[in-house]
Design a protein around this ligand. Structure first.
Ligand code: PGA
Length: 250
C-alpha cells in the first residue's frame, strides 16, 4: 500500500545546463519505473529541471525552504516561490543543514508547517551522528527528531509525509548502514509515528539515505519498513540513479 519513492538529492551540484542534460538522460531510463521518482536540484536549477522533466514521471523537489512566505529575509526562498517554479516536494532538515547551517528540530518544525501551508510534500530528514550511535543513543535521538520536528502536524497531513532516515555517519562516506540496522531504526520510526498518528503511520513512507548505490538498493528495499531511498552522490549520474530507481527490474 506504500508506493516506493526514490529521490535524488543533488546538493550543491549542477548548473542549469548540467541539470537539463542529466534529466534528459534520465527520462527514458526511468520511464517505466514502479517507484515514484523525484530529483532535488539546487534552487538555481529548479526551473530548468522542471522544464526538462515536463511530461515525464519525474517530479521535482527543493532542498530546503524558509518558514515565512515573504518578507525581509535576505537570501531565503519561500514555499510560494517553490510552488511557483513547479516543485512538488521539499527536503527539510537534511543533516548538512543541521550541521553547517544551524538547523534544529524547532526550525525543521516551522519549515514543515510552511511546506504544508504551501502544498509542498515534505521529505523530513532525521538521523544520528556516529558519536550518538556509539553511545547507544541512536533511537533516542531519532525519536526526538521525529516528535519535535513533526509537532502540530495533524494525522490527515501526516499521511502525505515522507521521512528519510539518514544516519549521519553513512552520508557521503561510502559506509552504508546494513539493511538490518536501517530496518531497525526505520521500524522504530514507524512505531513512533504510530504513537503519534495511529493507523496513519502504516501509510507514511520512510526512506533510507546514506551511500545508497545500485549495489545495495535491492537489499535495502527488501526490508519490510523501507519504502525508498534518498540518494546523494549516486543521483548525479543518470545511469546509476536509474539503476537505483529500477531496483525491482528483473
Ligand atoms: P549520499 O548522500 O548518498 O551521497 O551518501 C545522501 C544524502 O545526504 O541525502
Amino acid at each position: 500500500m506504500r508506493r516506493p519513492i526514490i529521490a535524488g538529492n543533488w546538493k550543491m551540484h549542477n548548473t542549469t545546463a548540467e541539470a537539463r542534460d542529466l534529466v534528459t538522460l534520465l527520462r527514458p531510463l526511468v520511464g517505466k519505473a514502479g517507484a515514484e521518482v523525484v530529483v532535488c536540484p539546487p534552487f538555481t536549477a529548479i526551473a530548468a529541471t522542471v522544464n526538462a522533466a515536463s511530461g515525464s514521471n519525474i517530479s521535482v523537489g527543493a532542498q530546503d525552504l524558509f518558514w515565512e512566505d515573504k518578507g525581509a529575509y535576505t537570501g531565503e526562498v519561500s514555499g510560494p516561490m517553490l510552488r511557483d517554479l513547479g516543485c512538488r516536494y521539499v527536503i527539510i532538515g537534511h543533516s548538512e543543514r543541521r550541521q553547517y547551517f544551524g538547523e534544529t528540530d524547532a526550525t525543521v518544525n516551522k519549515k514543515l508547517l510552511a511546506a504544508y501551508r504551501n502544498k509542498l510534500l515534505p521529505i523530513v530528514c532525521v538521523g544520528e551522528t556516529l558519536a550518538e550511535r556509539e553511545a547507544g543513543h541512536a533511537l533516542e535521538v531519532v525519536g526526538r527528531q521525529v516528535r519535535e520536528g513533526l509537532k502540530g502536524l495533524e494525522p490527515d497531513q501526516a499521511r502525505d509525509l515522507v521521512v528519510a532516515y539518514e544516519p549521519v555517519w553513512a552520508i557521503g562516506t561510502g559506509r552504508t548502514a546494513t539493511a538490518a540496522d536501517a530496518q531497525e531504526v526505520i521500524a522504530f520510526i514507524r512505531r513512533t509515528l504510530a504513537e503519534m498518528y495511529g493507523e496513519v503511520a502504516r501509510a507514511i513512507r520512510i526512506q533510507y539515505g546514506g551511500s545508497v548505490k545500485p549495489g545495495n538498493i535491492v537489499e535495502l528495499m527488501d526490508q519490510p519498513d523501507i519504502d525508498g531511498a534518498l540518494v546523494g552522490g549516486a543521483s548525479l549520474d543518470a545511469v546509476s540513479f536509474a539503476a537505483i530507481v529500477n531496483y525491482d527490474e528483473k
